[in-house]
Write a new protein. Structure first.
Length: 647
């Protein structure tokens, strides 16, 4: 395997977090997983469940903490050293001038914002504002090992900002350059051709944009035994044909791409900034945009966006304005939570809601914040009699009934008492999103989550045998979804999460698809192909009982969770972080992503989607940034060329 460092000149000083480091681009991907032994003491699973229940109940004085004993946080790979990349155009917002001017101002250096900024910078002057820090040199982002630990990190400096929907489902939004591609499970797959055409994108231009992204961030995973068994099991129960490895979204079973390379190193949308023209772009980190500035028109004239106000990490205010010229624009790429929130904070949204916060109304736009949707995900934990490789999502079954079946296995709950290869101590167990340290996910009442109780629970869990935690999750995600909700402001602070309701399973079609997906998972578990990774005496009801006790959300449980698949779907619903909507095409923006009713303002990110593309949206969000960047760049170059010729 060969790799090259990426340099855009010498590095600048980045206060607080140092230089941007770590982007490098291997040419291939392969996981060298060993086959599991054929025998183990199966009763350790049952013993572990009951022992875990006991020790955690003793630690927290609650009888239902067994959930913390089973892995639901799937991790992978050992940390690797960072490789240097120097973006001379990047600096901390504390070093920004009080006032600056650009052709394009992009709010959000995330999955769409990075490729968009890189593309536009090739011909124009671009300011890219990111509220978080750099992913480079940050082990929480760069290594697969830290996937769930990062999601469990609720500190102010975490790359992931937790929020809980009004439905009671725990979720996360990115707060780092590269956006969601820095904190997700890494699965890379395109939208279907039908989706691309339905949205109105040019199919060939979209494919070219996908390839531009894939040249940098997408890799071909080699399956370990557990993932290979899942692939065969899906085929055995009729999720056909076998489509092998492909980025394409087509019915049947396939191996998708990954943004993790063969050393478990993550490659994010931030890496796409290698395409930027350094002289054409300024990237400011830890720049928190407060609002968009408008030249408000009269009774008949349209308001025009002309600048933004942002604050640096020391609280100092800065303003960035558009250069003179009618083709210069501000572009929101702050994601499905951030973009509708910023529109409202800037005076574009439902009039009554904005007036309740004394926000000066720029445009009464009732559709801002509407159409919020999050694809519901439900999973079944499958204990294994054999050791399994650690893996994130690699295989997917794309069914004809609108449910996607995926799986993840293993953990890094290594016991620190044991030694790793070469005499090195294995890393301490990390309980990820279900860590006692996290607290917010536990079903233990908050007042009983004392530091002493948490410490006792953590120590007790650390003493359990590794075999207790052996297994994986097979999950299903609902297509669409058909159920939608809304987003509202909580306050005037752009750093705080808005209130969002997704209304999971409010539409009966979503519930039907969930039940069919779980029924298919049962058949996969019982398939001959998967028999080496299941205990024959565990019934589906018992597996549902185990899974239902995980503290996956803040919803109450029902006694019939294991008997009614409909109730199981509702009670154990989780996010797979594919939420979207709030600035949808046709309601808030037009087909060119221009905000309806105002000028010089676009929204280009997942908030514009009416449905989640493919089995994972990240590839399409990155593609959209490149696609629209090329379109805007080329259309403007042609228009300005024609104007010069006329003059």
């Amino acid at each position: 395997m060969c790799a090259t460092s990426v340099h855009a000149g010498s590095s600048g000083d980045l206060p607080e977090h140092g230089d941007i480091k770590g982007a490098w681009y291997p040419t291939g991907w392969s996981h060298k997983n060993q086959a599991p032994p054929q025998h183990s003491q199966s009763n350790l699973v049952t013993v572990g469940l009951h022992l875990g229940t006991y020790v955690l109940a003793m630690a927290s004085d609650q009888p239902f903490a067994r959930a913390l004993v089973i892995i639901c946080a799937i991790l992978c790979c050992s940390p690797q050293a960072a490789r240097a990349v120097n973006y001379t155009f990047a600096r901390d917002a504390t070093r920004a001038p009080a006032v600056s001017y650009y052709d394009y101002i992009i709010v959000g250096g995330g999955t769409a914002g990075c490729p968009l900024a890189a593309t536009l910078s090739q011909r124009f002057r671009v300011l890219l504002l990111e509220r978080g820090g750099s992913p480079y040199g940050d082990q929480r982002v760069e290594n697969m090992t830290h996937f769930t630990a990062t999601l469990a990190d609720t500190s102010a400096g975490s790359p992931a900002q937790r929020f809980v929907s009004e439905d009671g489902v725990i979720n996360s939004r990115p707060r780092v350059l590269g956006g969601g591609s820095c904190i997700n499970a890494g699965f890379y797959t395109r939208a279907s051709d039908e989706y691309v055409l339905d949205v109105g994108w040019d199919l060939e231009a979209a494919k070219a944009a996908y390839r531009w992204v894939e040249d940098v961030v997408a890799f071909h995973p080699e399956l370990g035994p557990w993932q290979a068994a899942l692939q065969r099991g899906l085929m055995e129960v009729g999720v056909a044909p076998d489509n092998g490895f492909t980025f394409d979204h087509i019915d049947g079973t396939k191996v998708g791409g990954s943004i993790f390379d063969d050393e478990g190193r993550r490659h994010t949308a931030a890496d796409l900034l290698r395409y930027a023209r350094p002289e054409g772009i300024d990237l400011l980190l830890r720049a928190r945009v407060a609002k968009i500035l408008f030249n408000v028109g009269g009774r008949r004239a349209r308001s025009v966006a002309h600048g933004v106000v942002f604050h640096d990490s020391r609280g100092r205010m800065h303003k960035a304005y558009l250069n003179t010229g009618r083709r210069n624009e501000i572009i929101l790429s702050a994601g499905a939570m951030g973009s509708p929130q910023l529109l409202m904070l800037s005076g574009v949204g439902p009039a009554d809601h904005l007036r309740s916060f004394n926000i000066t109304l720029v445009l009464n736009q009732s559709a801002v914040g509407q159409g919020m949707a999050d694809n519901p995900m439900n999973a079944i934990f499958v204990p294994s009699p054999s050791p399994v490789e650690v893996s994130l999502i690699q295989v997917v079954g794309i069914t004809h009934f609108g449910s996607y079946i995926e799986g993840a296995s293993g953990s890094n709950w290594a016991n620190p008492r044991h030694q790793g290869s070469g005499g090195n101590r294995r890393p301490p167990r990390n309980f990820g999103m279900f860590s006692p340290q996290t607290g917010q996910l536990a079903t233990v009442p908050p007042k009983q989550r004392t530091p002493e109780a948490i410490a006792r629970a953590t120590e007790a869990m650390s003493q359990l045998d590794d075999s207790v935690f052996r297994g994986g999750f097979i999950l299903e995600k609902v297509l669409g979804p058909a159920s939608t909700g809304h987003l509202e402001l909580r306050n005037l602070n752009p750093d705080d999460n808005p209130a969002v309701t997704f209304n999971y399973f409010s539409h009966p079609e979503d519930l039907r698809r969930c039940v069919e997906g779980l029924t298919l998972i049962e058949r996969v578990i019982q398939s001959k192909s998967f028999q080496n990774f299941t205990y024959p005496y565990f019934s589906l009801e018992e597996l549902l009982n185990i899974t239902a006790e995980f503290p996956v959300n803040l919803l109450p449980r029902h006694d019939n969770d294991s008997k009614s698949l409909e109730q199981f779907c509702k009670d154990t619903v989780m996010t797979i972080w594919h939420y979207h909507g709030g600035c949808q095409v046709g309601r808030v923006v037009d087909a060119e992503y221009r905000v309806l009713g105002v000028d010089a303002l676009r929204v280009i990110d997942g908030s514009t989607f009416n449905a989640s593309p493919g089995t994972n949206p990240q590839a399409t969000v990155m593609m959209l940034g490149r696609y629209m960047g090329v379109k805007m760049r080329d259309e403007r170059v042609r228009a300005e060329g024609l104007r010069r010729r006329k003059l």
